[in-house]
Design a protein around this ligand. Structure first.
Ligand code: ADP
Length: 609
C-alpha cells in the first residue's frame, strides 16, 4: 500500500521557503514539533475522560538523539494521526486560508517563519527527509508518512505498535553557516526545551541512543502559573505567538489571578490587529479553558462578551469540574463569575490604556472601535454605561479623536447638546451646508464615519444628561433669528410654496433655513429616521425600503435664491426645473444619489438652453 501524493500548492510554496530559508532561528522547529505533540496528548487525554476504552498512559514526549544515523526523533503517546489526518493536516497548511499568510508567502517573506507558527513544515528547515510513524487511537492503523519536502510525500503501512506519533528528522549536512549536528547534542536540546517549551505540561525527556539515559528537561509549570515577576515580556510574547498562531506581538497582555471560593488565573491578550475574518460571520470568539493546567476547550464563548470578542487568551481554574460535558460547562455559574471578572478586567485595562498611553489606545481603537460601538448599541443599550467612555470621535475642531467627556469638558456652559454629523469623510462632513451654522456659532461637532454611529447615539440618547443631536436633522435646538419671520415677505413665501408644490411627492416640507449662510439649499431629516440611517438600513439584505422624512431648507439670503424669487412673477424660468435642481443639489451634497437622474439632467439641459 504505497501512495504517493503531491503537496497542495501553497504547501509547496511554504516548503520551498523553508528549505531555502536563511532564517537564523531554525531552532524553532523543535518548539513547533513539541507543541504538536503536546496538543496530541491533550486530545488523547480529553477523549479518555469520556471513553473508558482509551488506554491510560503516562503521557510523555521523548527526544531521541541518534548520532550514528544523524537522526533526531521526537515521539509522543498522543492521539496519533489517521490516514485522512496525514493527507489533510500534513499535506496542507492549517492556516493557509488567512489573507496575510498568503500575501507574505507571495512576497517570499522569510521573516514569516519566525512570526507565524508554521508548525510541522518547519522540520524541513533542518531535515532533508522527514518520516512520520504514527498509530491513531481513532483508526488503530500504523502508518508511515515520508517526504523530502520538495513536491510530494508518500504514505505506506507502518510498524509503530503503541498509540502515538514519532517524527524522524534526517538532518541536513552541516554547513559553515549552519551546523545541524548540534541538534543531536544533549546540551543544545536541553537549552532549546528550556527556552521555548518549559511550560509544556507533559514531561519532555531527552535520550541518547547509546546510553539510554533519560531526564525530564522542562519544569512543566505553565507560563500563566508562574509568578508575574518571573515572566519577561519576551516570555509572554513568544507564548502568545506560539499558543495562538500569531504573527505579531500582542498589543496588551492582561494576566491576573483570583483566589477565594473560586480560584482561577486568566491570561488574556489583545491582538495588535483584528484577525482577517474578524468582521465576518465566520469569526469565532472564545477563550481557552483549562482545569488544573489541563486543556478542556479551545473557544469557550460564554467567557467573553461580544464587545470584547477580539480578546484571545485562557482561563485556568482548579475548581471547574472536568466531568461536566461541554454543554453543561457553558451554563456553569462558576463560568459566569469568571466571565464577569474577565469583562471588568478588560474594561479597566482599556480605560487605563486610554488614560496612560493615548497613542496606543488610539491604535487599538482604530482597529476595534466597531466592536465597542456595536456593544453600546446592542441589547437596547444595556452595556452603554460600561462602554461609553471607551468611545472616541474626531471632531470638527480636532483631528485627534476625543471622548464624550472631553467634548463636554471643553464645550461652552450654555451649549446644552452634543452635536454630531455623519458622512463618508472628514472633508465631506465639513463641507456640508448644515455645518455652516455650527462654524458660525463655533460649536464643536463629532464627525461620524461609521454606519453604526447614529444607531449607537439613538440607543444612548444622552451622555451625562446632554442629548445627542444630529446637525442633519430639522430640530437643532440652537437660537438663531428666523429670517422667514423677519423678512416675511409675500414673494419669498410664494417661492417656497411653489417649490414645495413641485417636490410634494419627494419631501415633507420646504422651509426657510435658519442655519445656512454660504449654500443655497440643504436637506435635513424630520422626526425619526435620519438620512444616514435610511442609507444604512436600505443596504441591508432584509431591507424593506424605509424612508426618512426629508425637509428642504432654502437659504433666503443667498444671492441665487434672491434672484430666483425676484424673478418668480416674471415667469423668467420654469419653476419645475429650478425646484428639481435645488433638490438634487441638496441630495448630492448629503451624499445621497439623485433618485431620478433623468429629471436632473432635464433640469440641467433646460438651464443651459
Ligand atoms: P498546527 O499545529 O498549527 O495545526 P501543524 O502543521 O503543526 O499545524 O500541524 C498540522 C496538524 O497535524 C495538526 O493540527 C495536527 O492535527 C496534526 N499533527 C501534527 N503533529 C501531530 C502529532 N504529533 N500527533 C498528532 N497529530 C499531529
Amino acid at each position: 500500500m504505497t501512495k504517493s501524493r503531491k503537496f497542495k500548492t501553497e504547501s509547496q510554496q511554504l516548503l520551498h521557503l523553508m528549505t531555502h530559508s536563511i532564517y537564523t532561528h531554525k531552532e524553532i522547529f523543535l518548539r513547533e514539533l513539541i507543541s504538536n505533540s503536546s496538543d496530541a496528548i491533550d486530545k488523547r487525554h480529553f477523549m479518555s475522560l469520556t471513553n473508558d476504552k482509551i488506554p491510560k498512559e503516562n503521557y510523555e514526549i521523548k527526544i531521541i538523539r541518534d548520532k550514528k544515523n544523524r537522526v533526531l526523533r521526537i515521539s509522543d503517546n498522543g492521539i496519533g494521526l489517521t490516514y485522512d489526518d496525514l493527507v489533510n493536516n500534513l499535506g496542507t497548511i492549517a492556516k493557509s486560508g488567512t489573507k496575510e499568510f498568503q500575501e507574505k508567502l507571495e512576497k517570499k517573506d522569510s521573516d514569516l517563519i519566525g512570526q507565524f507558527g508554521v508548525g510541522f513544515y518547519s522540520a524541513f528547515m533542518v531535515a532533508k527527509k522527514v518520516i512520520v510513524e504514527t498509530k491513531s487511537i481513532v483508526e488503530g492503523k500504523s502508518l508511515k508518512w515520508s517526504s523530502n519536502g520538495i513536491s510530494s510525500y508518500s504514505i505506506t503501512e507502518g510498524s509503530r505498535e503503541s498509540y502515538g506519533t514519532e517524527i524522524q528528522l534526517h538532518l541536513r549536512e552541516d554547513l559553515e553557516s549552519d551546523e545541524y549536528s548540534k541538534f543531536l547534542e544533549d546540551s543544545e536540546i536541553n537549552k532549546l526545551v528550556k527556552k521555548y517549551s518549559d511550560y509544556i505540561r507533559y514531561p519532555i525527556k531527552s535520550y541518547n541512543e547509546d546510553e539510554k539515559e533519560e531526564k525530564t528537561l522542562n519544569t512543566m509549570i505553565p507560563l500563566w502559573k508562574k509568578a508575574k515577576k518571573d515572566i519577561s515580556e519576551d516570555d509572554y510574547n513568544s507564548f502568545y505567538k506560539n499558543q495562538f498562531n500569531e504573527f505579531d506581538e500582542p498589543l496588551k497582555v492582561i494576566h491576573s489571578s483570583v483566589e477565594g471560593l473560586l480560584t482561577y488565573t486568566t491570561l488574556l491578550f489583545i491582538p495588535k490587529k483584528p484577525e482577517y475574518n474578524f468582521y465576518s460571520e465566520s469569526f469565532e470568539k472564545g477563550i481557552q479553558l483549562y482545569s488544573k493546567g489541563v486543556f478542556i476547550e479551545n473557544k469557550n464563548k460564554s467567557l467573553i462578551p461580544d464587545h470584547f470578542k477580539f480578546v484571545k487568551g485562557l482561563v485556568d481554574s482548579a475548581d471547574l469540574s472536568l466531568n461536566l460535558s461541554r454543554e453543561m460547562l457553558q451554563n456553569d455559574r462558576q463560568l459566569k463569575k469568571i466571565a464577569s471578572h474577565i469583562e471588568k478586567k478588560i474594561n479597566n485595562e482599556l480605560k487605563a490604556l486610554l488614560k496612560n498611553d493615548r497613542n496606543k489606545y488610539e491604535e487599538f481603537y482604530k482597529n476595534y472601535r466597531l466592536s465597542l460601538k456595536y456593544g453600546v448599541y446592542d441589547m437596547f443599550g444595556q452595556n452603554k454605561e460600561k462602554l461609553q467612555d471607551l468611545i472616541l470621535f474626531e471632531t470638527s475642531k480636532s483631528e485627534k479623536p476625543i471622548s464624550f467627556k472631553e467634548y463636554l469638558d471643553r464645550k461652552p456652559k450654555d451649549q446644552e447638546n452634543i452635536y454630531y454629523a455623519t458622512g463618508k469623510s472628514r472633508s465631506r462632513i465639513l463641507n456640508l451646508p448644515q455645518m455652516e451654522l455650527m462654524k458660525e456659532k463655533d460649536i464643536e461637532v463629532l464627525l461620524c464615519y461609521d454606519d453604526v454611529d447614529e444607531f449607537m447615539f439613538q440607543s444612548m440618547q444622552e451622555y451625562d444628561k446632554n442629548k445627542f443631536l444630529s446637525v442633519q436633522k430639522a430640530n437643532l435646538d440652537i437660537d438663531k433669528k428666523d429670517p422667514s419671520k423677519s423678512i416675511k415677505k409675500k414673494k419669498e413665501d410664494q417661492f417656497l410654496v411653489e417649490i414645495k408644490e413641485v417636490l410634494k411627492d419627494k419631501v415633507k416640507d420646504v422651509v426657510a433655513s435658519k442655519r445656512l449662510s454660504e449654500s443655497p439649499v440643504c436637506v435635513v431629516s424630520g422626526e425619526g429616521l435620519s438620512l444616514e440611517m435610511e442609507k444604512v438600513l436600505n443596504q441591508m439584505p432584509s431591507s424593506n425600503n424605509v424612508k426618512a422624512e426629508k425637509i428642504i431648507e432654502v437659504n433666503l439670503k443667498h444671492r441665487l435664491i434672491k434672484k430666483l424669487f425676484k424673478n418668480l412673477e416674471l415667469k423668467k424660468y420654469d419653476i419645475k426645473y429650478v425646484a428639481n435642481l435645488l433638490y438634487n443639489q441638496a441630495l448630492i451634497l448629503e451624499g445621497l444619489q439623485p433618485k431620478n437622474p433623468k429629471e436632473l439632467i432635464d433640469a440641467i439641459t433646460n438651464l443651459i438652453e
